[in-house]
Design a protein around this ligand. Structure first.
Ligand SMILES: [Zn+2]
Length: 140
């Protein structure tokens, strides 16, 4: 009687695999879905493959930076709204000029949102420069 061969890890843990050619990481699979032909994926959990992981990190960083700059932008929007409202309500209490304080309030929201967006974009570009500088040349 033949028993089907099952990978010892099958069903117990998520397999992180990576491709040495395009340096992308994938969840399982045998061949790289991005590369042409049948480029075999390496299992990140195997000790002899872990020497390649530092190379992979170089290409993971931009994703991380993109996420943190996105968070900063979101934070700017979240902070801008109550501040704009606060300025509007406070200004209204003093003079009651709706148009003027609505304009200043909205102006504040727009300015902070725009400022945080510009700042996060600058920060992202700066971090990406570091990535470019330390990235090892592709020799293949
Ligand atoms: Zn690949």
């Amino acid at each position: 009687m033949m028993s089907p061969s099952i990978h010892p890890n099958a069903g117990f843990e998520i397999m992180v695999k990576f491709c040495l050619q395009c340096k992308n990481a994938f969840w399982g699979g045998q061949f790289c879905p991005k590369c042409e032909g049948e480029v075999e994926l390496l299992d990140a959990a195997v000790p002899e493959n872990q020497k390649y992981l530092s190379e992979l990190n170089i290409d993971v960083r931009p994703k991380y930076y993109a996420r943190s700059s996105m968070l900063l932008t979101c934070f700017g929007f979240i902070m801008a709204l109550p501040l704009g409202m606060f300025i509007f309500i406070r200004g209204m209490g003093e003079t009651g000029n709706v148009g003027l304080w609505a304009g200043i309030g909205i102006g504040t929201i727009v300015l902070i949102s725009w400022g945080s967006w510009v700042l996060s974009a600058k920060l992202f570009n700066k971090q990406m420069e570091v990535v470019k500088d330390t990235k090892e040349p592709q020799l293949d």
